[in-house]
Structure formats: structure tokens, C-alpha cells
Design a protein around this ligand. Structure first.
Ligand code: HEC
Length: 144
């Protein structure tokens, strides 16, 4: 006499339970793994870059829409200059690379010049925007 047939229904329920349990445990593990990855990643460097991109984008928009008074541009330039102080601390692995440090200093030097003699019209603003863009590229070419 076999005892197997009557147990079929019970097994199906058990398999379903195990499959669901597997899915739940898998989901929990996936969330934990993502959290761990996220915790390792420092959001600061990308945040810094995105805010710098926002400010330099605003300067380009100002030039395009002829809003080129010092009131329009100086706060942006000051903000970019202050943000650029933190480039090295945002990328601690790169700060000792001379090309990286030179590119960061180059951006700061051009912003210092722009702050020392702020753009008086849209042509001057466009020239400054051009230089800032080159300074960003000088670093991104090698490190982005
Ligand atoms: C001295 C080096 C350096 C300078 C100067 C620099 N960047 Fe970056 N930038 C980087 C590096 C390195 C990355 C790559 C970051 C990453 O993906 O982790 C980056 C990435 C970015 C990103 C992408 C960020 C993201 O969300 O992945 C933007 C936008 C950006 N930079 C904008 C700018 C702008 C605008 C300027 C100039 C005003 C600038 N950067 C100047 C080094 C620099």
C-alpha cells in the first residue's frame, strides 16, 4: 500500500509556500544589497558637479536672453567660485593627480579673473562662459 497519492495536495501547498518565501527573501536581500551599495557611494561629488552645471547653465542662459548686468551674473560667478573650492575634497582619490589639481586651479583662476572684472555686457559674459566651459572640459577630458 502506498501512502503517496493522498499527500499530493499538501505538497502543492508547500511548494507554493516555498516559492513565495523564496520571492520574499530574494526581495529583502535585493533591497539590502542596494542599500549597501548606496551607502558606499558618496553623493557629494555628483551633487557638487550638478550644482556647478546648474550655475554655469544659468550664466549661458543669461547671455542668450540678454540678461547680462552684474546683478544677473555676479551671484552666479561667486557661487561657482565658492563651489570650485570643494572640487578636491569631493574627489579625494583624484586630488593628488597633478592634471586634476591643475584643471581645478585653472577653473578657480578664471573665475577669480571674472570676479575681479565682472562682465559689463553680453559679449564679455559669452567670453567668460566660453572660458568656464573650457575649464570644465579640461578636467572632464581626463577624469569623467
Ligand atoms: C578638476 C576636475 C573637474 C572640473 C574642473 C570640473 N569637473 Fe565636472 N566632473 C569631474 C569628475 C571627476 C566627474 C565624474 C564624477 C562621477 O561620475 O563620479 C565630473 C562629472 C560632472 C558632471 C556629471 C555629474 C553626474 O551626475 O554624474 C557634471 C554635470 C559636471 N561634471 C559639470 C561640471 C561643470 C559645469 C564644470 C565647470 C564649471 C565642471 N564639471 C568642472 C571633474 C571636474
Amino acid at each position: 500500500m502506498s501512502t503517496q497519492p493522498p499527500r499530493r495536495a499538501g505538497n502543492a501547498g508547500r511548494y507554493l509556500f516555498l516559492v513565495l518565501l523564496g520571492l520574499i527573501v530574494g526581495a529583502i536581500c535585493a533591497v539590502m544589497a542596494l542599500r549597501a551599495l548606496q551607502a558606499r557611494q558618496d553623493p557629494f561629488p555628483e551633487a557638487l558637479m550638478n550644482v556647478m552645471a546648474h550655475q554655469s547653465g544659468a550664466l549661458r542662459d543669461a547671455a542668450k536672453s540678454s540678461r547680462c548686468t552684474i546683478n544677473d551674473t555676479l551671484p552666479r560667478l561667486q557661487s561657482l567660485r565658492a563651489l570650485s573650492n570643494d572640487i578636491e575634497s569631493g574627489f579625494p582619490d583624484l586630488r593628488d593627480d597633478t592634471r586634476f589639481a591643475t584643471a581645478a586651479s585653472g577653473l578657480r583662476a578664471d573665475l577669480d579673473k571674472a570676479l575681479a572684472s565682472p562682465p559689463a555686457d553680453c559679449a564679455q559674459l559669452a567670453a567668460i562662459n566660453e572660458r568656464i566651459g573650457e575649464d570644465c572640459k579640461a578636467c572632464h577630458r581626463d577624469f569623467r
